[in-house]
Ligand binder design. Structure first.
Ligand SMILES: [Zn+2]
Length: 139
């Protein structure tokens, strides 16, 4: 199990595994247990959190003392050093994948009519910067 998934499952109330790599439980934010509205899905070094009760992801995480960054196993920092330390392509792609996943989560929230918090907006800006830094590093 990934670090991010175990961190979430440890804090959620009695999550039930519904299939390999996926757990469901009640919402810690709105206290809804109807149909186990929170789904946690393991996905290659990160946890995807989906709230069927429409609670914003940030609020669900906040209710259990976590933030958006806790959905990822590894820190998201991707620095381009002026000395051009060689970073393996696989590491860059993994960071890009994590950033794109975050953007997809935000897009999903927006598609469902949720508004972006200041934190999400700042994190989205950081994602764009990290993706740009990766492009500059490789290019
Ligand atoms: Zn909820």
């Amino acid at each position: 199990m990934s670090l991010a998934v175990s961190r979430l499952l440890d804090r959620l109330d009695r999550p039930k595994q519904v299939k390999p790599g996926q757990w469901m439980t009640g919402c810690p934010c709105c206290a809804s247990r109807k149909g186990r509205p929170i789904a946690v899905t393991e996905a290659d070094g990160r946890a995807l959190l989906y709230a069927f009760c429409q609670c914003p992801t940030e609020n669900v995480l906040g209710a259990i003392g976590l933030g958006i960054e806790d959905l990822f196993d590894a820190p998201l920092a991707l620095r381009v050093e002026p000395t051009r330390v060689r970073v393996p392509a696989a590491d860059i792609l993994r960071e890009l994948s994590a950033e794109v996943t975050f953007v997809a989560i935000v897009a999903s929230d927006l598609a469902e009519g949720r508004s972006l918090s200041d934190h999400d907006m700042a994190r989205l800006t950081k994602a764009a910067q990290l993706i740009g830094a990766a492009r500059d590093y490789v290019g």
